[in-house]
Design a binder for this molecule. Structure first.
Ligand code: OXD
Length: 309
């Protein structure tokens, strides 16, 4: 259909391994010009237009060209009986971890304060805490969250993580389940959100969560805008409960020009750039998965629709 930047891909053939050797797999076309509906066996999608997956009688699987599947699963025309498969790496974890590390260092080294002082030609060293005094909490410990947690921890920051079901990660204190959420939040000087967006996690970063964090802490959102209650975030920043936020994702993207986040002195806005999907890695993952499906094997990155990720 479309690549994830909305750019039509030329019709081409790619090699796919199926039982008995390597065969060809044709890209039929780009929605809406993909030829007869009966010919479509695999749909490659990113934020697909509603209705585009309806009425495809031979569809075998929906292959999502991204890690997050919230926009795909919320499509009322998504056929109920075909597997949905997402990218599980495609170069995303490394850049996400770099972005998170940059934000953590930016806050810990008080760069926003120094930038503001520079605008007023003010020479004033500020008190800075050492990395080991600056605990970072990572919400969501899938492939991306675990990479973020390890990378930040390797720079000397104590890191704790929160996830739905218990996991172990070397050097990271892991909190699991809603019962331990507040305890996790009380530790986080910087909260890094990498959770999947599901009905359970929608609006989870709200007044209650911000109040549980230490006063003067920071929020970094590189998951989905829907996780944040925007009104609560602004209130927490204005009251000083939160000292700052770096936001890469928003409920509405592009962020509307009149949105208060653009002008808030303690918010840094970036345009959903924490990690671009690498086309070549995405392509090999998609081809690998089509091969697996053709051989009757389970694809990598299969989505549990009930869990929402
Ligand atoms: C993704 C994203 O989910 O880039 O892949 O947001």
């Amino acid at each position: 259909m479309k690549n994830r930047n909305g750019v039509p891909r030329a019709t081409k053939q790619s090699a796919v391994k199926v039982a008995g050797g390597t065969e060809r797999c044709w890209v039929n076309g780009v929605w809406p010009d993909y030829g007869p509906k009966e010919d479509i066996r695999y749909a490659l999608v990113w934020r697909q237009p509603r209705g585009s997956l309806a009425g495809l009688p031979n569809l075998q699987a929906v292959l999502v060209l991204g890690a997050g599947v919230d926009s795909v699963l919320s499509d009322p025309d998504l056929p109920i009986d075909v597997p949905v498969v997402r990218l599980i790496d495609a170069g995303l974890p490394g850049p996400m971890a770099e972005y998170a590390l940059y934000a953590v260092l930016h806050f810990q080294r008080r760069m926003s304060d120094y930038l503001e002082q520079q605008r007023r030609s003010v020479w004033r060293p500020r008190e800075e805490l050492l990395a080991r005094q600056w605990p970072v909490g990572v919400m969501g410990l899938g492939v991306i969250g675990a990479t973020v947690a390890r990378r930040v921890n390797a720079q000397g920051f104590p890191v704790c993580g929160w996830c739905r079901t218990r996991k172990t990660l070397d050097g990271i204190e892991v909190f699991a389940g809603t019962a331990s959420l507040d305890e996790f939040l009380t530790r986080a000087r910087v909260l890094v959100n990498v959770l999947p967006l599901t009905p359970e996690t929608f609006g989870m970063l709200n007044a209650r969560a911000f109040a549980a964090m230490p006063r003067g802490s920071y929020v970094l959102n590189i998951a989905r805008g829907g996780h944040i209650n925007e009104v609560d975030l602004l209130a927490a920043l204005d009251s000083g409960q939160l000292a700052g936020a770096m936001l890469d994702v928003f409920r509405e993207e592009p962020l509307p020009a009149d949105h208060p986040f653009w002008r808030h002195p303690n918010i840094i806005v970036t345009p959903h750039v924490a990690a671009p999907t690498l086309a070549s890695e995405a392509e090999s993952q998609v081809l690998e998965n089509i091969g697996r499906l053709e051989r009757g094997e389970v694809p990598l990155g299969i989505v549990d629709r009930a869990q929402g990720y």
